[in-house]
Design a protein around this ligand. Sequence first.
Ligand code: IPE
Ligand code: IPE
Ligand code: MG
Length: 246
Amino acid sequence: MDLLQQIDKERIPRHVAVIMDGNGRWARQRGKERNYGHENGVEAVKQTVKAAAEIGVPFLTFFAFSTENWCRPESEVKTLMELLVNAIRNETPELDENGVKLMAIGDLNALPAACRTQLEEAISITSGNEKLTVCVALSYSSRWEIADASRRIAERVANGEIKPDEIDQNLFESHLNTNSLPDPDLMIRTSGELRVSNFLLWQIAYSELYFTPVLWPDFRRKHFLQAIIDYQRRERRFGKLAEQLL
Ligand code: IPE
Ligand code: IPE
Ligand code: MG
């Protein structure tokens, strides 16, 4: 039976977040440089976007580059930034045709100018689209985001815009980079690592986590659909009893 037929169309996750991991190991297994793995990871992103659009997931976030990834060797960082510029340039027309709206989270000011310009252009071209929002996390780390939100809230308190007792979860969330996104229902991490690596810590409070040994460049439609099927078998209780969920 095709995996698609096993998917309950009524229970599609609204937001799927993906930690794309394992590019370096994929390349090493083939006796190649790590960058070869990054190059081959682009196809997996395209396939995942297609699969998400096919089943009607409205929000999809990719962890593409973390704050901590700046500490990698300069040549790797350079390749990753170039790949990003090229992928955005090449893919924007098709994304636009398919109703995809692109957005980005993270410390975008830290990106090289060429990268930021390409990104801003793609975001602007696709801003009117509504079928699927693809969010790319770049120079992102959750602790950076939380500290940044705290600083901006403190500034607003200091200039009298808000009172300390007005700070609640909703106000705090509205200062996060992800304020236009629902919390992820499902977070997928490839490559067999069982950790979250500073990604969306606030937002995944009640997300279902799915780990697969598949290395990112090998990730395809079938793996994405398998993750969705696994997600749909789970009972999300949000602290309640099972019988209270009915
Ligand atoms: C994921 O693959 C891509 C980024 C983190 C940018 P890695 O480069 O982390 O690959 P491994 O984990 O070393 O195999
Ligand atoms: C997480 O992968 C970051 C991205 C996927 C962009 P890493 O490869 O950087 O994570 P660690 O170092 O294994 O935790
Ligand atoms: Mg890794």
